[in-house]
Design a binder for this molecule. Structure first.
Ligand SMILES: Cc1cc2nc3c(=O)[nH]c(=O)nc-3n(C[C@H](O)[C@H](O)[C@H](O)COP(=O)(O)O)c2cc1C
Length: 353
């Protein structure tokens, strides 16, 4: 149990460099981060989007951050890998999970999963040249959870540094539930280090999933490894203490101090203000930062009683001062719900409409 590794999944529009750095200043428990996906790596060494803070090693920890790419073009993946390696990164991650039709229809993201031949050709070319770790994050399929059965043997032909599986299908988007049993059925079939992702929103849900996917139950004598790597997602956006809670529970000690509700509210308040100030600094004071802060609040609202009231108040703000007042209103008038965030994934999706 002591050896569990927790990562935070990427969220386009939320977990940018500013978020990752501020989060690390305020909370512990996460071993590894991923950038939201990059696309359009057009040139060797000069891709414009690989020159900013999102990837600059002076703003990021190259030891614990894995840059992610969304692509179905081996040459583009190789350009990305080369540039990431030059910047000092140890691994890149290929996004084979993005479910949005405009992505999937172009056979990118989870739109690649129904095309094992295409994946094989692409990986064959990538592995001819790549000299940096190459990991994959995928779903069970785009329109059927059986698509993964034809893809896993292809993944097994290549030395992936890691395979993260979010056991939903693309057509589900983020609705319904992650199919933990289906993930469990993959464990004996996958060669790469396997990481579970999906619907970990509390210590209880973590414990339940961990017990279900415990690889030691499979009696595979040549490979009795337990699944000890978990990627957290919306659970951390809603309750940033989640990784600390999981570790405190797993280690059964106070390595991470799980503090009382008023202290937590204070820590949460400091984090939200720090993130806002950091983003404002980077955006030169532009009210554009409100979009990203609102995205985060669409999850963070679940840390408070009456989350809908919190969301309504934050959502309607258009000016910086209005937003600042709304945040103070939340922390002064709403009860902080601790320690569990009763977030159900579909509840979150509905609230964000
Ligand atoms: C708004 C939003 C943006 C996301 N952006 C990315 C992304 O850039 N790359 C990626 O691999 N997954 C992305 N995801 C998926 C999450 O990383 C994660 O796999 C998913 O939320 C399931 O985990 P969870 O149930 O613990 O939240 C995104 C999800 C949402 C809701």
């Amino acid at each position: 149990m002591n050896s569990i590794r927790l990562s935070l999944g990427p969220f386009q529009g939320i977990t940018d460099a500013s978020f990752r750095n501020v989060f690390k200043r305020h909370f512990g428990g996460i071993d590894k981060f991923y950038t939201p996906f990059f696309t359009g790596i057009h040139k060797d060494n000069h891709a414009k989007n690989l020159q900013g803070e999102e990837i600059d090693p002076s703003c990021n920890d190259v030891e614990t951050l894995t840059p992610q790419i969304l692509s179905s073009d081996a040459e583009e993946v190789l350009r990305f890998a080369k540039q990431c390696k030059q910047l000092g990164y140890k691994e890149i991650n290929l996004n084979m999970g993005c479910p949005f039709p405009r992505v999937a229809n172009k056979k990118r993201g989870c739109g690649l999963l129904p095309f094992p031949d295409k994946v094989e050709a692409m990986f064959g070319r990538v592995f001819e040249q790549i000299d940096i770790g190459f990991s994959v994050k995928c779903r069970l399929g785009y329109s059927s959870p059986d698509e993964i059965d034809a893809i896993v043997p292809i993944f097994n032909r290549f030395p992936l540094s890691e395979l993260v599986v979010h056991p939903r299908i693309g057509k589900q988007m983020y609705k319904g539930h992650a199919d933990v049993e289906r993930f469990k059925s993959l464990i004996p079939c996958v060669n790469a280090p396997l990481v579970y992702n999906g619907d970990i929103v509390s210590v209880e849900s973590f414990e339940k999933i961990r017990a279900t996917v415990d690889g030691r139950r499979f009696d595979r004598l040549d490979d009795p490894r337990p699944i000890n790597q978990f990627m957290l997602g919306r659970g951390v956006l809603a309750n940033p203490f989640l990784a600390e809670e999981i570790r405190a529970d797993a280690l059964e000690c106070e390595a991470f101090d799980v503090v009382n509700a008023p202290e937590r509210a204070e820590r949460l308040h400091a984090y939200v203000l720090d993130l806002y100030q950091d983003r404002l600094r980077h955006a030169g004071g532009s009210p554009k930062v409100l979009g990203r802060m609102k995205e985060l609040w669409s999850y963070l609202m679940f840390s408070f009683d009456e989350p809908q009231a919190v969301w309504r108040r934050i959502k309607k703000t258009n000016a910086l001062k209005e937003y600042e007042e709304a945040v103070e209103w939340v922390f002064q008038t709403r009860e902080f719900r601790s320690p569990q965030v009763p977030l159900s994934p579909s509840e979150s999706a509905e609230c964000r409409q």
